[in-house]
Design a protein around this ligand. Structure first.
Ligand code: NAD
Length: 264
């Protein structure tokens, strides 16, 4: 017996979808039948992802822009509505990470994480949830992280952890406010081998005076499943949360981390 997830007729906006996890999410939603608008800071990668979505036979629009600006967030949300005729699925994926101790962090480090991730999530939901509620259907998925639960293993990511906890808290409140026809969930990756993680391994290696490859291998060994996730693994979780299989899932933080941080 097989079950196909069909998102035909649904219209999505994925932020930070020029590369990594966001790109995998955008492509996976399109492969399931959705039309997908693509935001990224980088106009070239945004256009590339939009092109790949069109090649799948779906509608797309590249909406480049920095989510740290409220005006830009509004323009991206409105641009997606104009291009696709509405937004039924919103995935707040864009993010940054910096390996730096709290005492060395600047205020701008804090603002870059908290504004670029938590505030941007607040702004996109505020802009797009009303039309989802009005139409009586919507799915919002916000990128959390395994660090946004009890965190006893990851230091040197103060502003990052603060932003991710904020996103999970906001998700729980939004789920109540946008119910019953709009679900709001977070999804929490563990260690996904993307350019973001590769940069973290380099930064940690430099701090500890060891090669990045050694740090990477340490990270791999701390996973119960002993292998890094692929961006498409997280995309599968997002697809599930947007599918009828998850009609009764809201306010959750689905941690897909290969068991991190629970290995003894
Ligand atoms: N990679 C992991 O192991 C991991 C683990 C937990 C959570 N996450 C989360 O998953 C999401 C995606 O991570 P990734 O590994 O694919 O990262 P990535 O760095 O590979 O991709 C992030 C994308 O977001 C874009 N972006 C960043 N800031 C932006 C802004 N202000 N405005 C618009 N676009 C912006 C970047 O240009 C980039 O294309 C992030 O929210 C991240 O925190 C990743």
């Amino acid at each position: 017996m097989s079950e196909q997830i069909d998102l035909s007729g649904r219209r999505a906006l994925v932020t930070g979808a020029g590369r990594g996890i966001g790109k995998a999410i955008a492509i996976r939603l399109a492969a399931a039948g959705a039309d997908v608008a693509v935001n990224d800071l980088n106009p070239e990668t945004a256009s590339r992802t939009a092109g790949e979505i069109r090649a799948l036979g779906r509608r797309s629009a590249a909406l480049p822009g920095n989510l740290r600006s409220t005006e830009t967030v509004h323009a991206i949300c409105d641009g997606a509505v104009d291009a696709l005729g509405g937004v039924d699925i919103l995935v707040n994926n864009a993010g940054i990470s910096l390996y730096r101790s709290i005492v060395d962090c600047t205020e701008d480090d804090w603002d870059a994480h908290v504004d670029g991730m938590a505030k941007a999530t607040f702004l996109t939901m505020r802009r797009l949830a009303p039309q989802m509620m009005e139409r009586g259907w919507g799915r919002i998925v916000n990128l959390g992280s395994y660090v946004a639960q009890l965190n006893t293993v990851t230091k040197f990511f103060g502003p990052y952890c603060a932003a991710k906890f904020a996103i999970v808290g906001l998700t729980q409140v939004a789920a109540q406010e946008f119910a019953p026809h709009v679900t709001v969930n977070a999804i929490g990756p563990g260690d996904v081998a993307t350019e973001m993680m590769e940069a973290e391994w380099v930064q940690e290696g430099e701090r500890r005076g060891i090669p990045a490859a050694e740090v990477k291998e340490e990270y791999r060994r701390r996973l119960i499943l002993e292998a890094f996730e692929a961006p498409d693994d997280i995309a599968g979780g997002v697809l599930f949360l947007c599918s009828p299989l998850a009609n009764h899932v809201t306010a959750s933080h689905l941690v897909m981390s290969g068991g991190l941080p629970f290995k003894q």
